[in-house]
Design a binder for this molecule. Structure first.
Ligand SMILES: *Cc1c(COP(=O)(O)O)cnc(C)c1O
Length: 399
């Protein structure tokens, strides 16, 4: 099997087949290597491994066969040379920043990225002399204007959660590269099944595997994907030293998750599209945020850049925070939890949960209103989700 024929395989095939290295036991499913260290035949071999003269496993903080199998599979799906798996999505973002930035550097951070990402940049990395400026995701001129001689990184998330704004990845990559900056894209919401930022010019992809890659809400993990120099050397070097590594068991769950990712993302997207269209017609509901709606401001860009619109939608309800809470409390089937990417549909009030740690000003800039409700559409039958959302609508309009 040559590399060439592997490269020509379709996404679904790569998702099932890539990355596995069958052992001499001939197992069909991938094994889980739950071992912290690895043994050497001789003291000479131990010395060769530690000095780097001989490739191979030493210790599971550095490499683990199950984790490596997941990394190879995800690298193939994202179209990157290398993938480094991490203990969480935030650990992936931290590892990318710690290995590619230094004190004095300046970062342009898209408005409305995941709440913890904003806190990581502004509070924690700020303490180490890395300065961050927030920029509206969709305003290309604003990115161009915010660049200084210290700017080294653009960080985006597209579609942004929860408002489904879409960044023009290729255009931002062009601006970033013209100014010697790296473009880092958080691909958690679409995953490689719907969007491949590296092919559009991004340098690094970060992802929370906790969400759609797991797909059933079981494990926390993440990954950084990119080329040999940025990820294979810089990010991996940080990870093996700092220890933000992924457990083999979680890697195994994620590897199995990848096998059904394309099927699931199609199903999430179909149901979310139906629900977004339906919600728009309902009383008590204001604006619906979903890039699959034809009047979404970046609908055409989303169609070019993504193969479907994903499972995440948000909408404004009448009555601000009280209205949103009444709506959420009236649902019976949906899980009130901040997670997304689960087979179970989840419902959240972003202003008091995922984005609650932002200052009111930062929330306003990000467009997160008090009446905003986010739904991460799961894999239940869409009519049952609709019936449950109708309970929320009835509570709003006093039915
Ligand atoms: C959840 C999430 C993260 C953080 O991932 P964890 O696995 O929870 O650490 C980062 N980015 C996005 C878009 C997310 O949804």
């Amino acid at each position: 099997m040559s590399d060439r024929s592997e490269q020509e395989r379709h996404f679904e095939t790569v998702a099932v087949r890539a990355g596995q290295r069958r052992t001499s036991e001939g197992e069909q499913s991938d094994p889980i290597f739950t071992t912290s260290s690895f043994v050497f035949d001789t003291a000479e071999q131990a010395a060769a491994r530690f000095s780097g003269l001989e490739a191979g496993n030493i210790y599971s903080r550095f490499t683990n066969p199950t984790v490596n199998a997941f990394e190879r599979r995800l690298a193939a799906l994202e179209g990157g040379e290398r993938c480094v798996a991490t203990g969480s999505g935030m650990a992936a973002i931290l590892a990318a920043c710690m290995s590619l930035l230094k004190a004095g550097d300046h970062v342009l951070l898209a408005n409305g990225v995941f709440g913890s990402t904003t806190v990581l940049f502004e509070t924690y990395l700020g303490r180490f002399g890395i300065r961050t400026t927030r920029v509206p995701l969709t305003d290309l001129q604003a990115w161009e204007d915010a660049i200084t001689s210290e700017t080294r990184m653009f960080f985006i998330e597209t579609p942004a959660n929860p408002l489904a704004e879409i960044a023009d990845i290729a255009a931002l990559a062009e601006i970033a590269h013209r100014h010697d900056c790296l473009l880092v894209a958080d691909n958690t919401v679409c995953t490689a099944a719907l969007q491949r930022p590296l092919e559009l010019g991004a340098d690094i992809v970060v992802v929370s595997a906790t969400k759609y890659i797991d797909g059933q809400g079981r494990c926390v993990g993440g990954a950084v994907i990119g080329n040999e120099r940025h990820v294979g050397e810089a990010v991996y070097g940080f990870l093996r030293t700092a220890g933000t590594c992924l457990s083999p068991f979680n890697a195994w769950i994620f590897m199995k998750g990848l096998e059904t990712l394309a099927l699931r993302m199609r199903a999430h997207s179909e149901s979310a599209t139906l629900l977004a269209r339906w919600l728009r017609e309902q009383p008590g509901i204001g604006k619906v945020f979903y890039a699959g709606l034809s009047d979404h401001p970046q609908h055409d860009l989303a169609r070019r850049q993504q193969s479907a619109f994903g499972g995440l939608l948000a909408f404004e309800v009448d009555g601000g925070r009280d209205g949103a809470w009444r709506f959420i409390n009236a649902t019976r089937l949906l899980s009130v939890t901040a997670n997304l990417g689960d087979a179970k549909t989840t419902i959240t009030h972003p202003a008091t949960t995922t984005h609650g740690r932002l200052t009111p000003e930062a929330r306003r800039e990000a467009g997160i209103g008090d009446g905003l409700v986010r739904v991460a559409v799961g894999l239940e039958h869409v009519e049952d989700i609709k019936t449950d959302l109708r309970c929320g609508i009835d509570a709003l309009i006093g039915g």
